[in-house]
Write a protein that binds this ligand. Structure first.
Ligand code: UTP
Length: 290
C-alpha cells in the first residue's frame, strides 16, 4: 500500500448551529483558546506524515485561505518589534514541505459532495478526510493511529465512537460482523437513524481513510437525508465491494460544531495551555454556579 500523503478538509458547510457567529466567518476559524479549529486539524494531518492539505471551501471561507497563506506585513511588524516567539508561531503554521490546495464547493450539497469536489486533486491516491469541527484530544493524532492500522489491514478505515443511544439521529451509525480489539468490521451503515431503529450506538466521527474508489461511488450517490449527498451512502455502496473497518479511537472528542461541545473543548484545552492554565484553573475553582 502506498503511504497516505493527502488529506481533504471539507469546510464548506454553513455552520447553522453556530449562527450568528458563522454568518460571515467560517466555523472552522473559531478558536479553541488561541488556535483555530482548522489549524488543529492541519496539525493532526501534518504530524501523521501527510504533506498535501486539500481544503474544500465555500463562499464565506476565504479567511481559511488567508490563515494558511504567508502574511508579510504581520511578519515584518513582529520582526521589527522584536517578537521572535510570535513570529515563529506565525511562520510555522505551514512548513515549507507542505502543500495547500483550495477548491470551491459552489453549493453546500452535503459532505459526500464536498469530498467529490477534491476528486481531481486526489486522483488515484488513497487519502484521509478530517472534519475540523470534530476535535480529538489524544496522545497521538487519531489519523496517525488509523494510518498505522491501515498499513497492516485495509485501506478503508473510519473512526467510530460509542454514543448515547438517544443521539443516534445525529450520526452515521454502523453495524459490524466481527470485532478484534478496537477494530470493527462493518456490515452496514445508516445515516442518522432514530434511536428506536438504530442497530448499535457506534457512531462515525470525522476521521476517515479511503482508497480513491470512494470518489466514483460518491458520484453515483443520490441526495438522501436532509437533501444532501451523504458520505454514509457511498460507504454503504463500498461495503459490497471492499472491507471497511471502524476504529474505536483513543482520546476525547469534542463536537465543536455544537455550542456545548465547543465550550467544553475550550475549557479542556485551556486547562492544558501553558500560558493560562494556572489562572484559569484557579478561576474555575472559585466560580459560583447557581
Ligand atoms: P456539519 O453538518 O457538521 O457542518 O458537516 P455544517 O453543515 O457546516 O453545520 P450545521 O449542521 O449547519 O451547523 C460536517 C462537515 O462537513 C462540511 C462542514 O463544513 C463540516 O466540516 N460540509 C458539510 C461541507 O464541506 N459541505 C457541505 O455541503 C456540508
Amino acid at each position: 500500500m502506498k503511504s497516505i500523503k493527502k488529506v481533504v478538509f471539507p469546510v464548506a458547510g454553513l455552520g447553522t448551529r453556530f449562527l450568528p457567529a458563522t454568518k460571515a466567518s467560517p466555523k472552522e476559524m473559531l478558536p479553541i483558546v488561541d488556535k483555530p479549529l482548522i489549524q488543529y486539524a492541519a496539525e493532526e494531518a501534518m504530524h501523521s506524515g501527510i504533506n498535501h492539505l486539500i481544503f474544500v471551501i465555500g463562499r464565506t471561507k476565504n479567511a481559511i485561505i488567508n490563515h494558511f497563506d504567508s502574511a508579510p506585513e504581520l511578519e515584518n511588524e513582529l520582526f521589527d518589534k522584536k517578537k521572535p516567539a510570535l513570529l515563529k508561531i506565525i511562520k510555522q503554521i505551514i512548513p515549507k514541505n507542505v502543500h495547500c490546495t483550495f477548491v470551491r464547493q459552489e453549493n453546500p450539497l452535503g459532505l459526500g459532495h464536498a469530498i467529490s469536489c477534491a476528486a481531481e486533486i486526489i486522483g488515484s491516491d488513497d487519502f484521509a478526510i478530517i472534519l475540523a469541527d470534530d476535535l480529538i484530544k489524544a496522545k497521538t493524532p487519531t489519523i496517525k493511529d488509523m494510518i498505522k492500522i491501515r498499513d497492516k489491514s485495509c485501506p478503508n478505515i473510519i473512526a467510530i465512537e460509542e454514543i448515547e443511544k438517544t443521539e443516534t439521529d445525529k450520526y452515521g451509525i454502523i453495524e459490524y460482523s466481527s470485532k478484534k480489539k478496537n477494530l470493527y468490521k462493518l456490515s452496514s451503515i445508516v445515516e442518522k437513524p432514530s434511536p428506536n431503529k438504530a442497530k448499535t450506538n457506534l457512531a462515525v466521527v470525522g476521521r476517515y481513510l479511503f482508497s480513491s474508489d470512494i470518489l466514483d461511488l460518491i458520484t453515483k450517490t443520490k441526495p438522501t437525508v436532509g437533501g444532501e449527498i451523504q458520505i454514509t451512502d457511498a460507504i454503504g455502496k463500498m461495503l459490497s465491494k471492499s472491507d471497511i473497518y471502524g476504529y474505536k479511537f483513543k482520546g476525547q472528542r469534542f463536537d465543536c460544531g455544537s455550542k456545548l461541545g465547543y465550550l467544553k473543548a475550550n475549557v479542556e484545552y485551556a486547562l492544558d495551555h501553558k500560558e493560562v492554565k494556572k489562572d484559569f484553573k484557579k478561576y474555575l475553582q472559585n466560580i459560583k454556579i447557581n
